[in-house]
Write a protein that binds this ligand. Structure first.
Ligand SMILES: Nc1ncnc2c1ncn2[C@@H]1O[C@H](COP(=O)(O)OP(=O)(O)O)[C@@H](O)[C@H]1O
Ligand SMILES: [Mg+2]
Length: 239
């Protein structure tokens, strides 16, 4: 079953406050009591002004941040009751979950020095056991589709333009099919033509049954994806 009724990720009562230990323990409450369920084949857009906590929520869903309260239940495996609480999972379980189930496209590419672009993109497939040649072929196809010229593939992306790095990041995020995808402004620094290609990739993943949670500043992108809005209001979110 891949219909819209199949819940894939379920945040329950999440709360996050940052404590700045280097600044006298100052506390920055970001959100509390956030609950959100995303189904297969659905796009949810985190919405709200800058500083509302959208990126923090997305990183909490990915277990980059541990919430102060609440759970991040992720469907992991085929059985109806195969759910893992990512927020309390041990690191090894969280990594396995990311490899197979939960993809994340960060706002900025974290460049690994000296690794060629083609391998940066192919790596998630290789980590899943795909043969290197086949993984590179798939990575190359995706880079071509995203208009990254072949002469750049052997180079590390450190010197690429912002828009090129973002497209490499998107390619890396989409190269392995994952049932849940988290996207932090994947089209922010792209021209319209490339924006539309990324929108098409997202729509295809969604049509294939993925559950997507994203931050999309461009209203045209939210509209094209028929995204359901999940609104965060600064400092105090219940929804
Ligand atoms: N790692 C961090 N440490 C301390 N404060 C943070 C950190 N990340 C974000 N914040 C603070 O949390 C709030 C929400 O930030 P963020 O989630 O980036 O908002 P948005 O993505 O909606 O613009 C902001 O006030 C920001 O300064
Ligand atoms: Mg942000």
């Amino acid at each position: 079953m891949t219909g819209p009724e199949r819940a894939m990720i379920r945040a329950e009562g999440l709360a996050k406050t940052f404590v700045l230990h280097t600044q006298g323990g100052a506390e920055i409450p970001v959100f509390r009591n956030v609950s959100l369920t995303v189904h297969a084949g659905e796009v949810v857009a985190l919405h709200g002004p800058s500083g509302a906590g959208k990126s923090t929520l997305l990183r909490t869903l990915y277990a980059n941040y541990r919430p102060d309260a609440g759970r991040v239940m992720v469907r992991h495996g085929e059985a109806e009751d195969d759910w893992v609480d990512l927020a309390s999972a041990p690191p090894r379980a969280a990594l396995a979950l990311r490899r197979r189930t939960l993809g994340h496209v960060s706002q900025f590419l974290r460049v690994i020095p000296r690794v060629p672009t083609l391998d940066v993109v192919a790596e998630p497939l290789v980590a899943l056991g795909e043969e290197v040649g086949a993984a590179r072929a798939r990575a190359g196809a995706l880079l071509s589709r995203l208009n990254i010229p072949e002469r750049l593939w052997p180079l590390a992306p450190a010197t690429f333009s912002g828009g090129e790095q973002q497209r490499v990041n998107v390619a890396r995020g989409f190269v392995a099919p994952r049932p849940i995808l988290l996207l932090d402004e994947p089209t922010a620094s792209l021209d319209l033509a490339n924006r539309d290609i990324v929108v098409a990739l997202i729509a295809e993943a969604c049509a294939a049954g993925a559950a997507l949670v994203g931050i999309f500043h461009d209203p045209a992108v939210r509209e094209a994806l028929d995204a359901r809005l999940f609104t965060l209001t600064a400092r105090d979110t219940c929804s």
